[in-house]
Design a protein around this ligand. Structure first.
Ligand SMILES: Nc1ncnc2c1ncn2[C@@H]1O[C@H](COP(=O)(O)OP(=O)(O)O)[C@@H](O)[C@H]1O
Ligand SMILES: [Mg+2]
Length: 494
């Protein structure tokens, strides 16, 4: 009998222009929590998708309890007791929680679908996962955290022994994350084997027994989690030391480009006043729910304020829609990059040039050669890692997708760029690159507004930080070398 519950041996997976997995070995011991880590694009999701039968590898073998198996579809994986909650949840949002949990595994009585039984059984599983919510509720009405738990419930009804969670915590609040971890520990105590993919090394330390580290499609290290420090993990992932972000004091002009006076939108934010200068990097801090996204959605013309006023370069403006905002030189990179920020199926050059086509068209005909030329310029300047500018954006890693979206607004020459959680789901090194790009833009005179829940990020990148809590501005702070995240929290909660 093998020491391992599951073994993947010498897996090779190629995509056009990319060797995504280069003879990778991966194994799991029964009842352990395995962290699978690596920078964006390292091949983590690909490896797990091969295991689930979503992707067919060119080479390699899979053994379950010492027996060679072939998994050709996720359904077959489930038959073998392997379930996955993918990075992009694939729930049917128009259906109820109960229907989603039992999709493909319907509860029948005398051969007939039994919705009552389905709802009752769903209730039992949800209770076990400590989700206190009516299973008849539609999935589209529940939080991302609950959707994650519903997806876990789905793997459980199929009797999965191995449960793979691909970046489950990327958009969760601290409390939601604690809840999820409690669930993971509970499943482990029941003898389940868990694989968790995450960029948060503190989570790896907190939760996992062993860790598998990948880089550029290869396996670099497998060990007990307590045998490596966080710095060593970073070193293995990046193959270089990643410097802690230093505070850089920048000179910013006195010219005020954006000013809010008493902006209010009832139930979202109240009496918000601030001034931002040309070329300033203006951080906006707060806990999830502080009203930051709502405030800047309003400034961007997505919603209307109930009172207060907004000034651009000293002139009062009313943004009726994002079209107005863009015409006034404002760009927004939304929080949900995949859903709101990009055209997933389109190429990189289309994603970059979309709002700028009019600048390279004559008589209604777009000059595509020029579009590609300009995009290639952005690809070089931003060091975007891609085989070509024709590649679909959905096939890039998160960090590179984010750079493409920044490239779009650079091409558009915006004066003010609002970034909502710009590095969410992005690895340490790619984060450093995004910070570098933000500083470059600001040095070129662009005013950059960075909304972030990561206090350390705001301290290292901002010239000034506005702190919000429950819709109110609680104060302004200037980052310094020795400033720590807790200081911002204290201002938020005072
Ligand atoms: N469907 C696909 N088509 C082409 N390339 C892909 C596809 N999926 C992933 N890739 C590429 O394979 C590599 C590994 O990606 P992925 O497994 O998603 O990385 P990770 O999950 O570690 O961030 C990346 O270079 C990515 O761009
Ligand atoms: Mg991934």
């Amino acid at each position: 009998m093998s020491e391992y519950l599951l073994e993947m041996k010498q897996i090779v997976k190629k995509f056009p222009g990319t060797l995504a997995l280069n003879h990778v070995d991966f194994n799991l011991k029964s009842g352990e929590v395995m962290a699978l880590i690596g920078e964006n694009g390292a091949g983590k999701s690909t490896l797990m998708n091969v295991l689930m039968g979503v992707l067919k590898p060119e080479e390699g073998e899979v053994y379950l309890q010492g027996t060679k198996i072939e998994i050709k579809s996720p359904y077959e994986a489930l038959q073998h007791g392997i379930g996955m909650v993918p990075q992009e949840l694939n729930l049917v949002t128009e259906l109820s929680i109960a229907e989603n949990i039992y999709l493909g595994c319907h509860q029948k009585t005398n051969g007939i679908f039994d919705w009552k039984k389905t709802a009752q059984n769903a209730q039992v599983i949800l209770k076990k996962l400590k989700v206190d919510i009516d299973p008849r509720e539609k999935v589209k009405n529940i939080t991302a955290a609950f959707q994650e738990l519903v997806s876990i419930a789905r793997t459980l009804v199929f009797g999965s022994n191995i449960i793979i969670l691909d970046e489950p915590t990327a958009s969760l609040t601290i409390q939601e994350k604690d809840h999820l971890f409690e669930v993971v520990r509970m499943l482990k105590s029941e003898g389940k084997t868990i694989v968790i993919i995450t960029h948060h090394l503190d989570e790896v330390k907190e939760l996992s027994d062993r860790v598998t580290i990948m880089r550029d499609g290869t396996l670099v290290k497998v060990c007990q989690t307590d045998e490596v420090t966080t710095d060593e993990m970073i070193f293995y992932m990046a193959n270089q030391k990643v410097e802690k972000n230093k505070i850089i004091k920048r000179n910013v002009s006195d010219e005020i480009v954006l000013e809010a006076r008493g902006l209010t939108r009832k139930g979202e934010f109240e009496d918000v006043s601030f001034q931002v200068r040309k070329g300033e990097i203006f951080g906006v801090a707060g806990l999830v729910g502080a009203g930051r996204t709502e405030l800047f959605s309003c400034i961007y013309g997505l919603t209307k304020s109930h009172s207060g006023s907004l000034y651009l370069n000293g002139k009062e403006v009313v943004m009726k829609s994002p079209v107005d905002a863009i015409a006034n030189g404002i760009g927004l990179v939304p929080e949900e990059r995949r859903k709101q920020g990009m055209f997933a199926l389109l190429s990189i050059y289309e994603n970059v040039m979309m709002p700028s086509y009019h600048t390279i068209s004559s008589k209604g005909v777009i000059n595509f050669d020029e579009a590609k030329k300009r995009t290639n310029r952005q690809i070089d300047a931003m060091r975007i890692k891609t085989p070509s500018c024709n590649t679909q954006i959905k096939n890039l890693s998160g960090g590179n997708q984010q750079k493409v979206i920044l490239g779009r607004w650079m091409e558009k020459n915006v004066d003010i760029l609002i970034l909502d959680e710009p590095t969410r789901g992005i690895d340490v090194r790619a984060k450093g690159e995004i910070y570098r790009l933000i500083r470059e833009m600001a040095d070129n005179g662009v005013t950059v507004i960075v909304i972030s829940s990561e206090m350390d990020e705001l301290i290292s990148v901002s010239d000034r930080i506005m702190v919000m809590h429950e819709g109110l501005v609680k104060g302004f702070m200037e980052p310094s070398e020795d400033m720590v995240g807790e200081e911002i929290l204290k201002v938020a909660l005072k």
